[in-house]
Design a protein around this ligand. Structure first.
Ligand code: DON
Length: 305
C-alpha cells in the first residue's frame, strides 16, 4: 500500500502544478534554457526514506542553495570565531546581490547574500584555490551522499557575465575580508553555484542538516554537530533574502532558495525537503517552491514555533 506521505505529496504537486506565475532567471543567460513547467518535490525522513513526485530526477544548478553548505564547510575548517570576524549573521533585508557590508569593518552582513558567500568561499581550507575547490566539492558531496559535478556551461555563462559579483569580490579584498586572490575565490563561488543537483539531492542535503549533520543513508558526518544550529540559524533569518521575515512568519522552517529554481527546507529532527520549479518571483525565490512549503507547513503544523 502507498504511504500516506507519498499520497499527500502527489496531491500537493497536482494542486500547485497549475500555478504559472513567475519567470525564469535571465541574468545568467544559460538559465533561460530551463522549461518553466518543470516541477519536482522530494521529502526525505530521518530514516533515509525518500518520497518523490514529478520532475524529481531532473538536474539543475544549485545556485544559492550552495551557500549554507559552503558556510558549514568554512565553520568546520576555520571555527566559529574566525568565520564571524569575516562574515556577520544579521539579515540584510536587501536583495541577494546587494552590497550589504558592515560600514565599520567591511564584513558582509551574512553568508547568504552574494557578498557573504563570496567571502565564505575564500575561507574554506586549502593552500591553493584549486585545493579549496576540492574541499568545497567534496564537502557538498558528503551532504548529498554522492559525487557531484559542475555544469560547465552555466559556470562559464555566469563567469562571463557576473560583473557585479566581480565588483563585490574586489570590495571584499579592499576591506581585507578576502586575504588571497579575490578573482580565484570568485571563480570557486561561481563553480559552487553551478553544481548539478536534483530534488532528491537537495532533500538529502536538507535531511542531513535535520539529522544533526549526519547523512541519513550513508551515516557519514558532513558537519560537526556544534555547527548545525549555526547554519540553520542563518538559513532561518537570511535564507530567503528580503522575503526571509515573511517566510519565517508563514512557513517557519529554516530554508534556502536558488535562482536555478530550487528550495530546501529543514524541519530539525524530522525531515528535509527539496523542491524544484524554475519560475521565480521578483525576489528570486521559486513561486511553486514557496507554495509547497506554505501548504505543507499549514497542513502538518510544521512551523518551528
Ligand atoms: O551570485 C549569483 O548571482 C548566483 N550564482 C546565485 C544567486 C542565487 O541563487 C540567488 N538566489 N535566489
Amino acid at each position: 500500500m502507498q504511504s500516506p506521505i507519498q499520497t499527500y505529496l502527489e496531491n500537493l504537486h497536482g494542486r500547485i502544478a497549475g500555478l504559472d506565475d513567475g519567470a525564469l532567471a535571465s541574468y545568467i543567460p544559460e538559465l533561460t534554457k530551463a522549461d518553466p513547467a518543470w516541477f519536482g518535490i522530494c521529502l526525505v525522513t530521518l530514516d533515509g526514506v525518500a518520497y518523490s513526485v514529478g520532475d524529481f530526477s531532473r538536474q539543475f544548478t544549485i545556485q544559492s542553495i550552495s551557500k549554507p553548505f559552503v558556510y558549514a564547510t568554512a565553520l568546520a575548517d576555520r571555527g566559529r570565531d574566525f568565520v564571524l570576524s569575516k562574515v556577520g549573521v544579521e539579515p540584510s533585508g536587501d536583495a541577494f546581490n546587494s552590497i550589504s557590508l558592515n560600514p565599520q569593518t567591511g564584513a558582509p552582513l551574512n553568508p547568504m547574500i552574494n557578498a557573504g558567500a563570496i567571502a565564505t568561499a575564500s575561507l574554506v581550507a586549502g593552500d591553493t584555490p584549486e585545493a579549496q575547490w576540492q574541499r568545497i566539492e567534496s564537502s557538498m558531496s558528503t551532504f548529498v551522499g554522492r559525487d557531484l559535478s559542475v555544469d560547465e556551461s552555466v559556470y562559464r555563462s555566469e563567469s562571463e557575465t557576473g560583473f557585479r559579483n566581480r565588483a563585490i569580490a574586489w570590495m571584499l579584498k579592499n576591506f581585507g575580508i578576502i586575504d588571497g586572490e579575490p578573482m580565484a575565490s570568485l571563480e570557486n563561488y561561481f563553480r559552487q553555484c553551478s553544481v548539478l543537483v536534483d530534488c532528491r539531492d537537495l532533500a538529502y542535503m536538507a535531511a542531513t542538516l535535520a539529522n544533526g549533520g549526519v547523512h541519513p543513508l550513508t551515516g557519514k558526518r558532513a558537519l560537526p554537530a556544534e555547527h548545525v544550529e549555526r547554519v540553520l540559524s542563518v538559513m532561518a533569518t537570511c535564507g530567503m533574502y528580503d522575503y526571509a521575515g515573511s517566510w519565517l512568519y508563514e512557513v517557519g522552517m529554516p530554508a534556502k532558495s536558488g535562482v536555478g529554481g530550487g528550495i530546501i527546507a529543514v524541519l530539525p529532527g524530522r525531515f528535509g525537503i527539496g523542491i524544484f520549479s524554475p519560475r521565480l518571483d521578483e525576489k528570486g525565490n521559486s513561486v511553486r517552491g514557496i507554495e509547497v512549503c506554505k501548504q505543507l507547513s499549514r497542513d502538518f503544523h510544521m512551523h518551528v514555533f
